[in-house]
Unconditional design. Structure first.
Ligand SMILES: [Zn+2]
Length: 288
C-alpha cells in the first residue's frame, strides 16, 4: 500500500517529505531509507537524525492523550459529493482505503495527564488534510461541544488548504469555523493550536491562527500560498527559511516550537495552568 505518494511543494523543507517508494520512507535530511510501518507506528521521526515525518491522526492521539481516555465524536460522518464534481466520489473512496480514515480530521474528548479537553487532529494522509464541508463541520461541532461542556480546545492543524472539489462550500468553512471558535473564546475558554507540517491555505487563513496559544512542530511548513506562488506574484526572492515554523517563531507569529517528544507534557502544563475547574471563586477573591 502506498501511503506516501503525495509530495508537498516546498523549496525550503528538508526531512519532512516522503518518497514515493512502497512502504519505505527516505529521510531527506540523512538520506536513509526507513520502513514506513515501523517509523509511523512510533513517533514518526527518523531514528538516525530525528527529522519528523507527517504523523497519522490516530497515532498522534495515542501519543498525546491518556491511555483509554479518548472518546471520538462523529466518527462515521462521511463526505458526500455536493457539487457532483467529476471523479470526486471515486477519489474519496480511494483515500479512505489508502489512509484508513473517514475524513481529514478526527475529533473527540480526552484527558491529557488528567486534564480534560476537547481535541481535534487533522490528518494530512487523507487528501492532504484539505478542508471540505465535513472537516469544517467537525471543527464547528467540536467547538460547540467544548463550549457547552466548558472544555478547553486543542487543535492539531495539518492541511493543504481548501477542498477544491467542493468549491465555495469548502471556502465557507473558513467563516463557519472562525465564528464557532470565536464563541468558544468569548466564553473565556482556552484554545491551543499546534501547527504541524504542512499547515497552509484556508486552514491557515481561519482557525489555525485563532488560538490563544499557538505551538508548532520543528520544521513545519506554515503559510497561506506556497512559496513558489508568492515568488511569482511579488517577483522577488523570498528570505531563507520563509514559511518555516522557526522563521515564524522569530517573527512573533508562533508562541513556541515544541519537539514532538515534549508535546504531551507541554499541552498538559498549559491545560493545567488554565484549568478553571480548579479555581474556586469566593466573595473574598480566588482560592486555588
Ligand atoms: Zn534522518
Amino acid at each position: 500500500m502506498n501511503l506516501f505518494s503525495e509530495q508537498i511543494e516546498s523549496t525550503q523543507q528538508t526531512g519532512l517529505q516522503e518518497t514515493g517508494a512502497l512502504e519505505m520512507l527516505r529521510c531527506t535530511r540523512c538520506g536513509r531509507d526507513l520502513v514506513a510501518d515501523v517509523v509511523l507506528a512510533g513517533d514518526a521521526a527518523c531514528p538516525y537524525c530525528g527529522n519528523l515525518f507527517r504523523q497519522p491522526a490516530y497515532r498522534r492521539i495515542e501519543a498525546i492523550v491518556d491511555s483509554g481516555s479518548f472518546i471520538e465524536i462523529e466518527r462515521e460522518t462521511e463526505t458526500g459529493d455536493p457539487l457532483s464534481f467529476p471523479g470526486y466520489r471515486t477519489k474519496l473512496e480511494k483515500e479512505r482505503v489508502k489512509s484508513k480514515m473517514q475524513e481529514g480530521v478526527v475529533i473527540g474528548k480526552a484527558t491529557v495527564k488528567g486534564q480534560r479537553t476537547a481535541i481535534a487532529v487533522m490528518d494530512s494522509y487523507f487528501m492532504m488534510g484539505s478542508m471540505g464541508t465535513v472537516v469544517g463541520e467537525k471543527i464547528v461541532i467540536l467547538a460547540e461541544f467544548a463550549l457547552t461542556n466548558r472544555l478547553p480546545l486543542v487543535i492539531f492543524c495539518a492541511s493543504g488548504g481548501a477542498r477544491m472539489q467542493e468549491g465555495v462550500l469548502s471556502l465557507m468553512q473558513m467563516s463557519r469555523t472562525t465564528i464557532a471558535l470565536a464563541r468558544h473564546s468569548a466564553a473565556g475558554l482556552l484554545h491551543v493550536n499546534v501547527l504541524t507540517h504542512p499547515t497552509t491555505g484556508g486552514v491557515t487563513a481561519s482557525f489555525a491562527m485563532q488560538g490563544d496559544i499557538t505551538l508548532a512542530e520543528p520544521g513545519a511548513l506554515i503559510g497561506f500560498a506556497g512559496p513558489r506562488v508568492i515568488e511569482q506574484t511579488v517577483r522577488d526572492k523570498l528570505p531563507e527559511g520563509f514559511q518555516t515554523a522557526e522563521y515564524l517563531y522569530e517573527h512573533g507569529l508562533i508562541d513556541r516550537i515544541v519537539e514532538r517528544k515534549d508535546m504531551r507534557e507541554t499541552l498538559a502544563s498549559l491545560l493545567a495552568l488554565h484549568n478553571t475547574e480548579r479555581v474556586q471563586w469566593t466573595d473574598k477573591g480566588v482560592r486555588g
